[in-house]
Design a protein around this ligand. Structure first.
Ligand SMILES: [Zn+2]
Length: 125
């Protein structure tokens, strides 16, 4: 999926609702982006706010991810911008709520902590 990044203003803080309107994505998708490493402006505040710049960097990095081949035990870290290993014991598997394929297998996401920068990383199964 290609998002229209030119609609994002770098120095503006967006709520998840605004991002959802701006990029025409489901809010569930945005919450998945948080798991994948999209940074929040201030994690203690509600509503959740994201700086336009962080959103742009995140989506650009997501495009790069597709060009990186990962081994079964590797994650692509959006902060390190390369394939990394997870910190031992940090992996956690969740269901994304989506089903994929002709046999409707439920999609899962593994989230973990980057061994190198301690940022959050995730990989879909
Ligand atoms: Zn990292």
């Amino acid at each position: 999926m290609k998002y229209n990044l030119s609609r994002i203003r770098g120095k503006t803080a967006y709520t998840t609702q605004e991002i959802s309107h701006l990029l025409k994505v489901n809010r569930k998708t945005i919450f998945r982006w948080f798991k994948e490493g999209l940074e929040l402006l201030d994690t203690s505040k509600t509503p959740k706010l994201v700086m336009g710049n962080d959103l742009m960097l995140f989506l650009k990095a997501k495009r790069e991810v597709k060009q990186v081949k990962l081994n079964w035990n590797e994650f692509y870290c959006l902060h390190c911008r390369k394939a990394v290993l997870a910190k031992r014991g940090s992996e956690k598997t969740d269901k994304t709520g989506k089903t994929i394929g002709s046999n409707n297998r439920s999609q899962e996401i593994i989230s973990a902590t980057c061994k190198e920068c301690s940022g959050s990383v995730a990989r879909l199964l």
